[in-house]
Write a protein that binds this ligand. Structure first.
Ligand code: LLP
Length: 422
């Protein structure tokens, strides 16, 4: 459920007409609903509240604007970060270090140092060389780094190949078959304190079975490692729960069902439970609003040429992802739908959002909204074709604010430096 609904014939973000935002801020623009973000966070928090100790660490890679982080952080969320930039953003938004987990396969010594200086809940370690570096950095600072080790359970997440992470051929984690050996190595390193196990098998999972399989393996591993004398008190179970991108499709399982699976598989271990959802918190909490520049008649098809392009929302080009695209003015009942190829102005054919998509008739100058664009939308944008990054707006009730301004052309152009010798 989200808060982007037609009211009085016009799409609203909570209580604000989307067209009013477009008028004030221009297009293209990302618009987020605070109520939806909070609702999704609370659903997850409640779904694992059976565990005395539990923390929802929002995977901020999904949407990392500080206003979003502050909103979720103030509601109680921790953060899952994957770079020094994300760590600094989370801190700048007021999240305390003991609620930040640091994931990612390529943490550099400087990043590790920054996190140890500013405070960190744990590093999720992805390899033996990284383990050594974390220990070295911590030792040089005279501190001990809390860690989990990310295990790769070799489970098929049954999702898009570019976002599956839990198979042995993926770059993530250490093979679960070698976990005992690697935990023994970690225990022998002076700068590390083992606090638990981490697993994450992929993103946009629409079936709970792969989660169940992975968590069962983690439960078995917990028993084994405890028998070896390790203190496993925390399980970080990753993110990955999918969202319904197509209104017409069956909805994926809810956070509540997901929480029940976690409880069934690992609830008996008495561990602190952490999860790292990103997409389900932010995805349906954001839309991308674009203007129609031209309607172009091709030989055998009509093109809707929008002012948003692949550089603003790369998911359709990159993953063949579907986003529902709806007119901002509610279509009249019984209107005839027509097929359109919906494209942006960027100079490659890959800049196509949808082919032969049935839409109510759209004219130049009419606004459309891409639904489910809150996660992996603005954060994956680029300036390709020298198109400035587009602004972000947060709505709460009847108020809205620009939470990232559109840069001016000068700001973009003046970032380049021409060497004197040219
Ligand atoms: N934890 C880890 C270690 C992750 O790698 C990810 C996502 C998450 C949590 C959050 O997963 P989520 O709950 O959002 O599914 N750009 C792609 C998605 C990449 C996901 C990367 N890792 C897309 O647009 O579909």
């Amino acid at each position: 459920m989200d808060h982007f609904l037609y009211r009085d014939g016009a799409l609203h973000a909570e209580d604000v007409p989307v067209a009013e935002i477009a008028r004030a801020v221009g297009t293209p623009v990302y618009v987020y609903s605070a109520a939806t973000l909070l609702r999704h966070y609370h659903l997850f928090d409640e779904a694992i509240s059976w565990a005395d100790d539990h923390l929802v660490c929002y995977a901020m890679k999904a949407a990392s604007n500080q206003a979003i982080l502050k909103l979720l952080g103030d509601a109680g969320a921790g953060m899952d970060v994957v770079s020094e930039g994300e760590y600094r953003r989370a801190k700048a938004a007021g999240v305390s270090g003991d609620k930040i987990v640091f994931a990612g396969v390529g943490k550099k010594p400087g990043e590790i140092r920054t996190a140890l200086e500013g405070g960190i809940r744990q590093f999720n370690v992805e390899s033996e060389p990284e383990m050594q570096v974390i220990s070295d950095v911590a030792t040089s600072m005279g501190v001990v780094a809390p860690i989990t080790i990310r295990v790769n359970p070799d489970v098929d997440a049954k999702t898009h190949e570019k976002i599956a992470t839990g198979k042995s051929e993926n770059k993530f984690g250490i093979p679960i078959s070698r976990a005992v050996e690697v935990y023994a190595m970690a225990a022998a390193l002076p700068g590390l304190q083992i606090v638990g196990i981490d697993v994450h098998i992929g993103s946009q999972l629409v079936d709970l079975d792969p989660f169940r399989l992975a968590y069962r393996k983690v439960a078995e591993l917990t028993d084994t490692l405890r028998a070896e004398g390790h203190e496993i008190r925390r399980l970080d179970l990753g993110g990955g729960l999918g969202i319904p991108y197509e209104k017409s499709n069956l909805a994926p399982p809810s956070p509540t069902d997901y929480g029940a699976v976690i409880r069934q598989e690992v609830g008996h271990l008495g561990c602190e439970i952490e999860i790292e959802p990103g997409r389900l918190i932010a995805g349906n909490a954001g839309i991308l609003v674009a203007d129609t520049i031209y309607v172009k008649q091709g030989e055998d098809r009509q093109f809707l040429i929008l002012d948003a392009a692949m550089n603003d929302l790369i998911r359709p080009s990159m993953y063949g992802a579907h986003h529902d695209i709806v007119p901002v003015i509610e279509p009249a009942a019984g209107v005839d739908y027509q097929p359109y190829d919906i494209v942006g102005p960027v100079c490659e054919s890959g800049d196509t959002f949808a082919k032969q998509r049935n839409m109510p008739p759209v004219k130049a100058g009419e606004l459309v909204a891409f639904r489910s664009a809150g996660a992996y939308g603005a954060v994956m944008a680029s300036e390709y074709n020298s198109r400035p990054l587009i602004p972000e707006v947060l709505v709460q009730g009847d108020q809205f604010a620009v939470i990232r301004a559109r840069p001016t052309f000068d700001e973009m152009v003046n970032r380049d430096t021409i060497p004197e010798w040219l």
